[in-house]
Design a protein around this ligand. Structure first.
Ligand SMILES: Cc1cc2nc3c(=O)[nH]c(=O)nc-3n(C[C@H](O)[C@H](O)[C@H](O)COP(=O)(O)OP(=O)(O)OC[C@H]3O[C@@H](n4cnc5c(N)ncnc54)[C@H](O)[C@@H]3O)c2cc1C
Length: 504
C-alpha cells in the first residue's frame, strides 16, 4: 500500500482530503503531509453546499451543531431561482420531493393532469422543503420519516474558509503534518512519469508515493507538471468570470440560497449567520467587467462589507482526474460554475472514490481507469443539469437567446425529450441530481410534458383532486408546527458540548 502521501494545497479541497484520509487510513502507518502557501492563499469563495456534505461530516464523526456554530452556518433547504424562465418567474429547487405517488403513478403526472385543468396549485406548494423555505422555518427531518411528506433533507451555507480551518485542526490532531511553503519545482521519474518529489522555495525536498493535487485552478501537478490536458466545456457553460462581495444582513435570513438571472449571467445570494455572500457570475462576451460589477453592487440588499473581488475561470475538467500517481481533487480537477453548489460535493466524490480505490504503490491502471470513469460520470451529469437551467430559458437578451440555441450534449437532449414527450424524469445510480431535482427545473422553467402516464386515469378526477388537496394541507400543517429558522439555529447551537464555553 502507498504509505507516503503528499497533498499540495490547503484550501477546502486539501483539508477535506487530509481530514478524510487521516480518518480512513488511521492504523495503516500512512504518513500524510499537506503543503500550503499563505503567500498564494486560497480562492476564498464557496459558501453553499449540498446535503451530501452531512454524510462526509458524519464519516469524520464531526458534531454538526459544533461545526455550524464554528463556521457561522445557516440551513439550506434548496435554491430559489428568480427570473430564470422569464422575468418575474420564480421556483425552488428543493432538497426534498414533491408530493407522493398516488396509486402506482408518480405525483408529478397527477399534478400535470390537474394543472392542465386549472385545478392545481403551483408545483412547489406540494413540497415540504419548499414551503418550509418560503416560510423561513426549519426543524431536523425525522430519522424515520413516517410518510413521504416528511422526506426532506438539508445542507449548510457556511464560511468555507472556516470549514477548511475546522478540518485543518481535525486533520493535524490526527497526525497530518502541515508544511508551510511554496512549491517551486516538481521532480518526476523519467521513465514512468510518476512524481517523486516536490521542492519548496526554502530548498526543502518532499518525496512521496501518491501526490494529491489540491492546488486550485493552476493544477500545479496534474497540468503544469504532467500536462494531462483539459476538456474545455465553455461552449456548453460559457460564463467565465465572477465578482464576489459580502454585505450586511438587511432582511431576516431564510434557509435557502437565491440565484437571480441577470442580462448575461446570474447573481447569487447566500445568507450566513453574520453576513450575506453575494456574487455575479457572467460571460465576458456579453457584458463588460464594469457593468458586471455595477449590476452586482446595485443589487445588494445591505451595505457591502468588503471590496468586490474578481474571479476568472474556465468551465471544464481535466482529461483524467487521476494520472499516474497524481490525483486532482478540487479546482485543480475542474470547475463547472457555482450555479448548483456542486464543487464541494465533487471534492467529496473525489475523496470517497479515492478511498474506495486506494492504490498500491504502482497505481494499477485498472484502479486509475475506474476512478476516472466514475468521476467522468459525476462531472458529465453535473454539466447536463447545470446546462438544463440555461437551455430552458425564455428570456430575450442575446446571452440567453444564444444559450437556448446552443448545441446540447446528446445526453441532455435525450433527457429533455423524454420529459417533454411523456413526463419521464432522469434516474440513475451514480452521480448527483435525482428525479426531484430534474423535475423542479423542468416544471419551474415552464417545460410541461405533452402527455403523462396513462395510468393516471385509473384514479377518478375527484379522488385525484382530494388527494392533491390533502397533500397540500398536510404540508401546510406540518410547516406551521416547525420552528423559525433563526430560532432553530439558536436551539441547535445549545445542543453541542462547547456551547457553554463559547458563551463565556
Ligand atoms: C465564483 C465562485 C463561486 C463558488 N461558489 C461555490 C459554492 O457556493 N459552493 C461550492 O461548493 N463551491 C463553490 N465554488 C468552488 C469552491 O470555491 C472550491 O471548490 C473550493 O474552495 C475548493 O478550492 P480548492 O481547495 O480546490 O482551491 P483553492 O482554494 O484555490 O486552494 C488552493 C491551495 O493550493 C495552495 N497552492 C497553490 N499553489 C501552491 C504552491 N505553488 N505551493 C504551495 N501551495 C500552493 C494554495 O495556497 C491553497 O492553499 C465557487 C468557486 C468560484 C470560482
Amino acid at each position: 500500500m502507498v504509505r507516503q502521501i503528499v497533498i499540495v494545497g490547503g484550501g477546502t479541497a486539501g483539508w477535506m482530503t487530509a481530514a478524510a484520509l487521516a480518518r480512513k487510513l488511521s492504523g495503516t502507518r500512512a504518513n500524510i503531509r499537506l503543503i500550503e502557501s499563505a503567500e498564494i492563499g486560497t480562492v476564498g469563495v464557496g459558501e453553499a453546499t449540498l446535503p451530501q456534505i452531512r454524510e462526509f461530516n458524519r464519516m469524520l464523526d464531526i458534531d454538526e451543531a459544533d461545526l455550524m456554530a464554528q463556521t457561522s452556518a445557516t440551513i439550506k433547504l434548496g435554491i430559489e431561482f428568480r427570473d430564470w424562465g422569464k422575468a418575474g418567474d420564480h421556483y425552488v429547487h428543493p432538497f426534498g420531493v414533491h408530493g407522493e405517488p398516488i396509486g402506482p403513478v408518480d405525483f408529478h403526472h397527477h399534478w400535470v393532469r390537474e394543472n392542465a385543468r386549472g385545478r392545481a396549485e403551483d408545483f412547489g406548494s406540494y413540497c415540504l422543503a419548499i414551503e418550509a423555505a418560503r416560510h423561513q422555518r426549519f426543524d431536523l427531518p425525522p430519522e424515520n420519516p413516517a410518510s413521504l411528506l416528511h422526506a426532506y433533507t438539508y445542507a449548510f451555507q457556511f464560511d468555507a474558509s472556516l470549514y477548511a480551518a475546522f478540518l485543518a485542526d481535525y486533520a493535524t490532531a490526527r497526525g497530518v503534518d502541515r508544511i508551510e511553503g511554496k512549491v517551486i519545482a516538481v521532480d518526476s521519474d523519467g521513465e514512468t512519469g510518476f512524481i517523486q518529489s516536490v521542492m519548496l522555495e526554502s530548498g526543502q525536498q518532499i518525496s512521496g508515493e501518491l501526490f494529491i493535487d489540491c492546488s486550485g485552478f493552476r493544477g500545479l501537478l496534474i497540468e503544469q507538471e504532467m500536462a494531462t490536458g483539459f476538456a474545455d466545456w465553455s461552449d456548453y457553460l460559457p460564463c467565465n468570470r465572477a465578482f464576489a462581495v459580502p454585505c450586511k444582513i438587511a432582511d431576516p435570513v431564510g434557509p435557502f440560497t437565491r440565484s437571480t438571472a441577470r442580462s448575461a449571467g446570474w447573481q447569487w445570494r447566500i445568507p450566513l449567520q453574520h453576513r450575506i455572500g453575494n456574487g455575479h457570475v457572467y460571460c465576458d462576451r456579453y457584458i463588460s467587467d464594469q457593468d458586471a460589477v455595477d449590476l452586482l453592487m446595485k443589487n445588494l440588499e445591505g451595505d457591502p462589507i468588503a471590496e468586490p473581488k474578481q474571479l476568472f475561470f474556465r468551465t471544464g475538467k481535466r482529461e483524467k482526474l487521476w494520472n499516474r500517481n497524481c490525483v486532482a481533487i478540487g479546482l485543480s480537477g475542474g470547475f463547472l460554475e457555482p450555479l448548483e453548489s456542486t464543487s464541494i460535493d465533487l471534492i467529496q466524490s473525489g475523496i470517497l472514490n479515492l478511498i474506495a480505490l486506494f492504490p498500491e504503490k504502482q497505481c494499477a491502471a485498472s484502479d486509475v481507469d475506474e476512478y476516472n470513469r466514475l468521476m467522468d460520470l459525476e462531472y458529465d451529469r453535473v454539466r447536463d443539469f447545470l446546462m438544463l437551467h440555461y437551455v430552458l430559458n425564455q428570456r430575450d437578451e442575446p446571452f440567453w437567446r444564444d444559450m437556448r440555441e446552443m448545441e446540447w450534449p446528446t445526453s441532455l437532449g435525450e433527457k429533455i425529450e423524454a420529459f417533454k414527450r411523456r413526463g419521464i424524469v432522469p434516474q440513475y445510480d451514480h452521480g448527483l441530481f435525482q428525479p426531484a431535482s430534474w423535475l423542479s427545473v423542468f416544471i419551474g422553467q415552464n417545460l410541461l410534458p405533452e402527455t403523462c402516464d396513462p395510468r393516471v386515469d385509473a384514479i377518478s378526477v375527484a379522488d385525484r383532486t382530494n388527494q392533491l388537496e390533502h397533500i397540500r394541507r398536510t404540508i401546510d400543517n406540518r410547516v406551521g408546527q416547525m420552528s423559525g429558522h433563526l430560532a432553530f439555529l439558536e436551539k441547535y447551537r445549545a445542543t453541542y458540548s462547547g456551547a457553554a464555553e463559547d458563551a463565556a
